[in-house]
Design a protein. Sequence first.
Length: 273
Amino acid sequence: MTYRFLETRRDGAVERLTLNRPDVRNAFNEHVIAELTDWASQAREAAARHEIRAVVIAGAGKVFCAGADVAWMSKTVHYTEDENLRDAMAMSRMFAAINELPVAVIGRIQGAALGGGAGLAAVCDIVVAEDEALFGFTETTLGIVPAVISPFALAKIGQAAARELFLTGARFSAARAKEIGLVHDVVAAAELDAAVHRHVQEVLHAGPEAIAAAKALIPTVWGRPIADAMPITAAAIAARRVSPEGQEGLRAFMEKRAPTWNKDTKVTKDTKA
Ligand code: COA
């Protein structure tokens, strides 16, 4: 698929993706959703072939992402209920596909991440935001609800913050976004690329299979009683200990040398696609 609204660039073991619809602040319509879903499936395959170990998602222009395209959503008034459901499911699948990528996904947020844009931040593993960025689950101010993004946003911010922010649609600062768990790192605008680069380097120093296993473990264990989690967590660590990657990591530490996967850490400092 050739992309009209996405820019992509492979940079060593890092896949760089930039939403590229800056005239509407990277809002997504059905075409962007189809492209992002296709891109996520390509990225999944590249990860399975061990070609990529991290993804950086950025937005072109002043704003990371203004969420769903309001002009597109207002057209859906003419859709049947089935057509509306089909559209919403496509958007759900897009978020799920990014959420489940077996590599670390880093979000680079400038300007704003609103509505589905905040949802996009929620499906990133590590979110770096400039200190002036604004966040908001703004849907209720448009008379709709943050529905499709809710499982991903709730997993990050919990019910207490959601009960205020989903209901009011209020815009909030990067500092507040960090306080509630939507953002991990807040930096001055001039530091954004350096901060993203630092997180990319950290990811590339961790074992790629260990990252995939750790990422899969979190939703599996979350919310389970400890007794139910125990066999799952024991199996997870046992599998890693005997794996070639686990053995290499443990041996490298004992031998006071870098593990072999550290050879893949060369990437540019340019964080966008
Ligand atoms: N859908 C469609 N178009 C959008 C959009 C969206 N979600 N967000 C912004 N745009 C369009 C604007 O209509 C405007 O179009 P125009 O140039 O034809 O007038 C253009 O993008 C620029 O927007 P503007 O508001 O002038 O830019 P800004 O940089 O001053 O502010 C935002 C950026 C993101 C803070 C602001 O556009 C905004 O609040 N957008 C709404 C976000 C939202 O609530 N999204 C939730 C959707 S569920």
